[in-house]
Design a binder for this molecule. Structure first.
Ligand SMILES: Nc1ncnc2c1ncn2[C@@H]1O[C@H](COP(=O)(O)OP(=O)(O)OP(=O)(O)O)[C@@H](O)[C@H]1O
Ligand SMILES: [Mg+2]
Length: 310
């Protein structure tokens, strides 16, 4: 096992489902900006798993041509899951991991398993054939592999509670929920909490935290929502909120030429994302110090590309 100076240990609990049942709260934007920050500023090897059929975060990290090529070549999360769940064959998962995907020149250790619209059809097939248990086993095996190769794994979930999202939530180590400081977004957290409490015997990820996104620092209403969320210890609200800024709004647009980290995340945008990442890393280190490592399968030889990149 690879012991790191910051207390993080590869192979331990580092898989995080980024989730809110409410749409448009900034899940994909925060997955992108946190992955680029963890890579560029904290020297972490980060894997993003795009689990949204809209492929939002894939499109933030790949040109349309490259994403289309990967989809046509059958190298997305859909193809991985179809092979493993529907066809019941062993999957060489590193084939599906794309490296060098960020447009930030210092963020060289961001990796992606891209998504595809076909994900919706796959999920329909799982439900029709009652393959939920096999889906969960496949997700658990995949997370077991990537856990020991990457420092942090961020799973970008769609809004709602699909069968695939449920599998991530039951097999990942943690869930992390962005919310907007408004009534409907916080209701999304409540629905999620109720869902978590329904079948405790089935296992569920641990709450790594709730982060307030798109906060208007001049708004007393936004400040009140942040305070209200922070006052409920169940939320484990991250102290640092992410402001609504044009830099973060435009972060989703992949630049044709590489840019520096500060060009993409200037001023308060970068400062906020770095503070959120620091808090997340601290929480991961604390959680891992207090929990035994999950049993994980031995890493396949082909996983070396990512592990050697660190
Ligand atoms: N901090 C921010 N400041 C300004 N705009 C933001 C910020 N965070 C996200 N946005 C914008 O809000 C919109 C929704 O963001 P995003 O797509 O990341 O949300 P999401 O929760 O992933 O949505 P979905 O539920 O559809 O997957 C996008 O237009 C994005 O650019
Ligand atoms: Mg999204």
């Amino acid at each position: 096992m690879d012991q790191r100076a910051d207390g993080l240990v590869r192979g331990m609990r580092n898989t995080i489902a980024v989730m809110n049942t409410k749409g448009g709260v900034g899940k994909s934007t925060l997955v992108l900006s946190m992955a680029e920050t963890l890579s560029a500023q904290f020297r972490k090897n980060v894997l993003i798993i795009d689990s949204d059929s809209q492929a939002s975060v894939s499109a933030m990290l790949l040109t349309a041509a490259n994403l289309h090529r990967l989809q046509s070549d059958g190298l997305t999360i859909v193809d991985l899951l179809v092979a493993s769940v529907l066809n019941n064959v062993a999957v060489d998962w590193p084939r599906f991991v794309v490296g060098g995907v960020s447009d930030v020149d210092e963020a060289r250790t961001v990796y992606l398993i891209p998504s595809d619209m076909q994900l919706t059809l796959f999920e329909r097939e799982v439900s029709k054939e009652s393959l939920h248990a096999r889906l969960r086993t496949s997700i658990g095996a995949l997370l077991g592999h990537v856990r020991s190769v990457f420092d942090v794994i961020l799973i970008d979930c769609p809004p709602g509670l699909s069968v695939l999202t449920e599998s991530w939530l039951r097999e990942a180590d943690f869930h992390f929920s962005p919310t907007k400081p408004d009534y409907v977004s916080t209701c999304g957290l409540e629905v999620f909490r109720r869902f978590k409490s329904l079948n405790p015997e089935m296992g569920f990820a641990e709450n790594l935290g709730v982060v307030v996104n798109m906060k208007d620092n001049q708004s007393s209403v936004d400040a009140e929502y942040h305070r209200w969320l922070s006052n409920n210890p169940e939320n484990r609200c991250i102290a640092q909120a992410v402001p609504r800024t044009s830099a973060l709004q435009h972060a989703s647009q992949l630049s044709a030429i590489e840019r520096s980290y500060v060009a993409k995340y200037p001023g308060e945008s970068g400062a906020a994302i770095r503070a959120v990442c620091q808090e997340v890393l601290d929480r991961l280190a604390t959680a891992n110090a207090h929990a035994p490592p999950p049993s994980s399968p031995p890493p396949p030889a082909a996983a070396s590309a990512a592990s050697q990149a660190s």
